[in-house]
Write a protein that binds this ligand. Structure first.
Ligand SMILES: *[C@@H]1O[C@H](CO)[C@@H](O)[C@H](O)[C@H]1NC(C)=O
Ligand SMILES: *[C@@H]1O[C@H](CO)[C@@H](O)[C@H](O)[C@H]1NC(C)=O
Ligand SMILES: *[C@@H]1O[C@H](CO)[C@@H](O)[C@H](O)[C@H]1NC(C)=O
Length: 298
């Protein structure tokens, strides 16, 4: 199973042949996006008209359409897991639960305050779930920003395993099962119809206070309402092959229990916060894959 750290570690190795977004229309909205071929998940974006100013210039409309086997789906707006705004969503009964997340390393991303996310339309049926959302204050974040006039690399992640508590937007979740990247041509995503797309939405998520509720009114076809207030404090447990990490604050702090003096091939052998084995079982050697975050036995 691939892990958060794989996403971090592989990014620098991404070559030139990335899928590029194109224009498509769904639910009356013309998006710029892709349908990723392995899992069949569609990721789309619409930007406000070019030249928009003020808060309008910091938002976008997004869409995720996912076959039901994808139990949760995430987008890393900056193209990698660490130090980027992550958007994570999953179905819960007939509605979509969603959460902005952030992590500085390869641990459970915690809820991130700042973005205001509103569901514009959503649906869940026997074969797929769909979420169309407005993401305000979403084009910059701690340590980064979205290149809305270019074609930046965006990353997707999917999991075949549901989050721990689907009703809770602050739920922990397992490491994703797969991930990939595409070139999102934001320079072609501006729409003169942006404000009409915002239309009749009525739900809001504000990531600002210290308690968490996840309340979802549900419909099977459109306009579901979710109100989520996210938490600044979260409890994180991450388990991987040889490492148990427990974090009990919004800051990443790992306590690592490791066994064995050598790490196996592809295992982690170094990086910020890592305290496990730093020696690789031969013939693998410890390689700086994504310093200072991740060193891997290769
Ligand atoms: C926008 O988000 C950032 C975090 O990325 C936060 O610091 C800031 O207060 C937010 N601005 C508004 C107007 O909510
Ligand atoms: C289920 O939802 C998907 C995504 O919105 C849609 O394409 C499909 O037609 C729906 N299937 C049924 C049987 O309604
Ligand atoms: C904007 O909306 C109008 C009316 O629905 C439509 O004819 C036009 O093609 C749309 N333009 C774009 C760029 O989506």
């Amino acid at each position: 199973m691939l892990s958060f750290r794989s996403l971090i570690s592989l990014l620098p190795l991404v070559g030139v042949a990335l899928a590029q977004s194109s224009s498509y229309t769904d639910s009356g909205i013309t998006f710029q996006g892709i349908t990723e071929s392995v899992h069949g998940v569609t990721y789309g974006f619409v930007l406000p008209p070019a030249g928009s100013t003020g808060s309008l210039a910091t938002e976008f409309i997004g869409e995720i359409i996912a076959p039901i086997a994808n139990k949760w789906v995430g987008i890393a707006l900056g193209g990698q897991m660490a130090d980027n705004l992550l958007l994570v969503a999953w179905p819960n009964a007939n509605s979509i639960v969603f959460s902005p997340r952030y992590t500085t390393g390869y641990v459970q991303p915690t809820v991130y305050a700042g973005p205001t996310i509103t569901t514009l339309q959503s649906s869940v049926n026997a074969t797929a779930w769909k979420w169309i959302y407005r993401c305000q204050n979403c084009t910059s974040w701690q340590g980064g920003s979205l290149d809305t006039t270019g074609s930046p690399v965006v990353a997707w992640v999917i999991s075949n395993e549901a989050v721990d508590t689907p009703s809770n937007a602050a739920s922990n979740f397992n490491e994703h099962d797969d991930f990939g990247f595409w070139g999102e041509i934001f320079s072609s995503a501006n729409s003169p119809n942006y404000s009409s797309y915002l239309g009749s939405s009525s739900s809001t998520t504000t990531s600002k206070s210290s308690t968490t509720t996840s309340k979802s009114s549900t419909t099977t076809s459109s306009k579901s309402t979710s109100t989520t207030t996210t938490s600044s404090k979260s409890t994180t447990t991450t388990t991987s092959t040889k490492t148990t990490s427990t974090t009990t604050s919004s800051t990443k702090t790992s306590t690592t229990t490791s066994s064995g003096a050598t790490q196996t091939k592809y295992g982690q052998c170094g990086g910020n916060g890592y305290t496990g084995p730093t020696t690789c079982a031969p013939p693998a050697t410890c390689s700086a894959v994504s310093p200072p975050y991740y060193y891997q036995c290769l």
